[in-house]
Design a binder for this molecule. Sequence first.
Ligand SMILES: [Zn+2]
Length: 283
Amino acid sequence: LPELPEVETVRRGLDHLYAGRTLRALEISGARTVRRHPPEHLQRLAGSVLVGAFRHGKYLLLHWSGGEILVVHLRMSGQLLAAPAGSPRPPHTHAVFSFAGQRELRFVDPRTFGELFLAGVQWTPTPASPSVSRGLPAELAHLGPDALRVGPSELAAAIAGRRAPLKALLTDQRLVAGVGNIYADEVCFWAGLRPQRPGGSLRPWDLRRLAASLRSVLEAAILARGSTLGDERYRDIEGAAGTYQFEHKVYGRAGEACTKCGQTVQKIKMGAKSAYFCPKCQR
Ligand SMILES: [Zn+2]
């Protein structure tokens, strides 16, 4: 499912194709797609200009000229796809934003775990001004710092002294936002650390390597426009697959030879998740 590099690729596409354009109309058809408030509330965006697309962790934040912030979470299978107005809509199209210039932006989501909501809009009638905390809408205030912007000392503070395994800590969105299954394993490989190591067992130099690996893996994956795996539906805004899956060192490679040392990559169970690692390169 989309992690930080995939969501960032979508964000750049949104900014490039739609920022500065006026939203003429929007249609919401999926009952689950807008579930935090009545879907009609989104109609207030009609006539507004998309100021820009921002991101925190795996969440997209679309800022509008009227001051609204539309939050988009793709979750399992959500896609935002650009299309010319009037072209056939794919199955599972749950929301359509019609922009000036005959361009549509479609939210397509077969599994319907994804969602859209206006920040600061409540079920109960309250003043609908976006409530901002730490520069983020209140709905996202539980998230830790973005994984691409977290400082080495901030990351070290989140991990030092913890009993939980490194992979569980890296994927805990409250500690650092944006990393999921794939990139946690890849970051641990580049840092030379086993994903099952308790956070508290990491030495200062381990933590420095971890911070550097986190940054470099995420940046390389963004350059490659994310990872599209066989069973996943991630596509960028123009429907193209990413290419970082061809650079994965351990994720999904159990039984194959490590490209660095030749040892067999292993897969272990970690609670409900699993983790891949090289027993020689990672300690
Ligand atoms: Zn190796």
